[in-house]
Design a protein. Structure first.
Length: 132
């Protein structure tokens, strides 16, 4: 189960305190409800946030900031298009971006490298640049 009492009872009934004291790490999602009793059940354990939820939270913050910034511009502007049409590039590893060979970006009607396109979007807002 996912209820606090069900989780507590499971560990209390199936594992002795001696066994639970040997646990050094507990990997969990960001549910604050779990944090309240994990230290009670596993007194020597460190709480570790799982990578999936950490990445998910980061991507959500990035997209939320990008969309808020995008809404400040009219849809016919290059600023709007660089944020709307090429959002996948903002998710790429910087090292994987093309930095030397310009390519045609039809929504911008311009030839740029992927790096130039990304920086044109990041330069629109310090907040967006810092979200990266």
């Amino acid at each position: 189960g996912r209820q606090t009492n069900e989780i507590k009872q499971f560990f209390l009934n199936h594992y002795s305190l001696k066994n639970r004291e040997q646990v050094t790490q507990v990997v969990m999602d960001l549910n604050a409800q779990y944090q309240t009793f994990i230290h009670y059940l596993f007194p020597n354990a460190k709480l570790i946030v799982d990578n999936f939820h950490l990445v998910q939270m980061t991507l959500r913050a990035l997209n939320q900031t990008r969309v808020q910034l995008m809404k400040k511009y009219h849809p016919n502007t290059p600023e709007y298009r660089v944020l709307k049409s090429y959002w996948r590039l903002y998710l790429m590893n910087y090292e994987a971006l093309e930095k030397s060979q310009p390519q045609w970006f039809s929504h911008l009607r311009n030839r740029l490298t992927q790096e130039q396109l990304i920086w044109s979007g990041l330069n629109l807002s310090h907040e967006f640049e810092n979200t990266q």
